[in-house]
Design a binder for this molecule. Structure first.
Ligand code: LCS
Length: 391
């Protein structure tokens, strides 16, 4: 019987019988693997015999993680990378060639935007940014050279959503692969492949790891495609995950569901209070029934998750004042950790995005992004409320 999600986060891809009965996945902290004979070495390099060769080409600890994330996303195969950006860049390099075209969500993590700008500069790969609100809007952007559709939903940091089924439907008509950066949701809250998308990317640095101690990336998709990526862009560009980081992610994953339940319930309570605070202008949270895109949340997300963005009544200096007044909520980029983190996207995660493009994305100077942690929500709110009260 196919295991349920909460069982797969703990057991997926691992059989203790294959590892001397070790309950937890052993850490194969090795750079290389010995061959019993020269001939066996030759067969392994030729792909005619299963087995490990060298840790850039595959490692048993990393392999368990790749199988587990594939199961959790409901995909055929997984691939692990040294960072979320290593995953994003490997997939975009694998799917595009010079003079191609990409359709991307109107709103994207700052470094992904930076990568798309680099690809335009170096290889004349043009990107059209789109809100992807309707089939018509997406269809109007498709060209013969459109190589892929790339999106985040929820979008970092505006928390706008995109209807996965709608985009996948249009893309299918034209045979264009759809890539979804699922970092903000994790597979517990949203599984894009089930809605017809082709590839899922994670900055595993965030909810997958969950403890703020790893930088990593994961991709899930079709086996044939990812096997090709493994022996081309991943092997030759080389942004592979270390065995120890894979081991930390396997440990973090075991509590994914319980962590996300708590992140979401804490966030729900903070959202209600933020909405009623006199110094807060707008609150953006996918689990809020008043969110503009709530109808999409209901279609494709289990819960709202742990991230809230909100605009204060004031300017950039006021936003910075609020951050500086916090006592235990930490000013830091990254998200999905046990600790509550807050940052100012316009001057931090999205500072690399030119001002005009930033405004198009909806990132104002008064916007703050809060990654609600696992602490007692009353303590989190107490700190935030006091900081807001100084305005
Ligand atoms: N995709 C999304 C949606 C992200 O938020 C990030 C990092 C990445 C990809 C890249 O992953 P990394 O290479 O860092 O593992 N987002 C960050 C953020 O919002 N604050 O700090 C990093």
């Amino acid at each position: 019987m196919k295991q349920k999600f909460d069982t797969m986060v703990i057991h997926g891809g691992y059989d203790s019988k294959e590892h001397l009965g070790s309950l937890t996945t052993p850490l194969y902290q090795t750079s290389t693997f010995t061959f019993d004979s020269a001939e066996l070495g030759e067969l392994r390099f030729a792909g005619e015999e299963d087995g490990f060769i060298y840790s850039r080409l595959g490692n048993p600890t990393v392999k368990v993680l790749e199988e587990r994330i594939a199961q959790l996303e409901g995909g055929e195969a997984g691939l692990a990378f040294s960072s979320g950006m290593a995953a994003v860049s490997a997939i975009l390099v694998a799917l595009t060639k010079m003079n191609d075209h990409i359709i991307c969500s109107q709103g994207i993590y700052g470094c992904t935007f930076g990568l798309l700008s680099l690809m335009k500069e170096k290889y004349n790969i043009q990107t059209d940014f789109s809100e992807m609100r309707s089939e018509k809007e997406i269809r109007s952007l498709i060209k013969p050279e459109t190589a892929c559709i790339y999106m985040e939903t929820p979008i970092n940091p505006t928390m706008r959503l995109i209807d996965l089924e709608l985009v996948a439907r249009v893309a299918k008509e034209h045979n264009i692969p759809v890539i979804v950066d699922n970092t903000f949701s994790s597979p517990y809250l949203q599984q894009p492949l089930k809605h017809g998308c082709d590839l899922v990317i994670h900055s595993a640095t965030k909810y997958i790891g969950g403890h703020g101690d790893v930088v990593a990336g994961l991709v899930v998709g079709k086996k044939d495609f990812l096997s090709q990526v493994a022996i081309t862009t991943q092997k030759d560009i080389g942004g592979i995950l270390s065995p120890f980081d894979a081991w930390l992610l396997l440990r973090g994953l075991k509590t994914l569901s319980v962590r996300l339940d708590r992140h979401s319930s804490n966030a729900n309570k903070i959202v209600e209070r933020l909405k009623n605070h006199p110094n807060v202008a707008n609150v953006y949270y996918p689990g809020d029934a008043e969110h503009e895109d709530y109808y999409i949340t209901k279609k494709q997300m289990r819960q709202g998750g742990g991230l809230i963005s909100f605009e204060i009544k004031g300017n950039k200096k006021d936003a910075q004042k609020v951050l500086n007044a916090l006592q235990f909520v930490k000013i830091a980029v990254s998200l999905g950790d046990a600790e509550t983190l807050i940052q100012h996207p316009a001057s931090m995660t999205h500072a690399v995005v030119p001002e005009q493009a930033r405004h198009k994305m909806g990132i104002t100077d008064s916007l703050l992004r809060l990654s609600v942690g696992l602490e007692d929500w009353e303590d989190i709110w107490d700190d935030i409320e006091k900081a807001l009260n100084i305005l």
